[in-house]
Design a binder for this molecule. Sequence first.
Ligand code: UDP
Ligand code: MG
Length: 316
Amino acid sequence: MDISIVIPLYNEEESLPELTAWIRRVMIDHHFTYEIILVDDGSNDSSWRVIQELKQQHVEIIGIKFRRNYGKSAALNVGFNAAEGEVVITMDADLQDSPDEIPELYNRVKNQGADLVSGWKEKRFDPLTKTIPTKLFNAATRSMSGIYNLHDFNCGLKAYRKDVVKSIEVYGEMHRYIPVLAKWAGFRNIQEQVVQHYPRKYGTTKFGAGRFIKGFLDLLSIFFVGKFGKRPMHFFGTIGVLSFMIGFFITCYLIFDKLMSIANGTAYRNVTDQPLFYLSLVAILIGTQLFLTGFLAELLARSSSDRNKYHIEKII
Ligand code: UDP
Ligand code: MG
């Protein structure tokens, strides 16, 4: 099969018939063999019934339904597991992304060696309250991930080599960072393609302002896990030791200072009267705690089931 199109959806009943008909048109025009994997993320409108009806006339449709709403990342993950096409396309269900982009995305992966092609909505039809924070978010992700050629990490329209989606695991709200996950899994040919973007035709956006705070926290955890996930002690241990040493040297200085004063017979203050004393106390306590956190994290990392999971290629 050439293409699997994975579409996560939550309460998108009005868009689905139009979207699937449009995809079918494009697929037939270009003679692709394909499947459309519609992942219903626990919708409480009649999306699932619409999918069942569409399936009657359109055999390429595969429907998967969550019993409750788990989020876009979970929906993508399940869709990725089910996908069988050589190239996997993801797109939003709300008709903001155009199926007309699919042939060019496919071509880039199939014939130009791309592992992942991310859409870039150069001209966006979203409110300013969304586009400005998005710019900041993308700049932060670019500099932290080292993927400098992407303008828009979170575009729903993307194409992947099948290997890529089978090697990464999207969970929590990590769908914003799939290119980063792919890079860490060792897929380096990450490209971008300018795509058309349309205003939302039906329904409303499913992500509120909270997306930016959550997105930022996810950014921090993804980088922590990516960099230190397999060796947490290197992170906690380093700053723990540093903090401990600072406390230790201050303590030495305080003792030395007092002994010198006693020896010289000059006036001296109680150790507990000095701000430095409290600083050293805090530094030593924090240092020890970080160290212990490092040990605990290390134990967790050792017992995790994917501690020896590597992304490999093999010829036999
Ligand atoms: N979506 C989903 N589960 C959710 C929220 C959203 O599957 O919990 C789907 C939604 O139906 C749409 C896509 O994710 O197909 C993008 O959502 P939306 O268009 O609301 O996001 P925006 O375009 O505003 O960023
Ligand atoms: Mg949308």
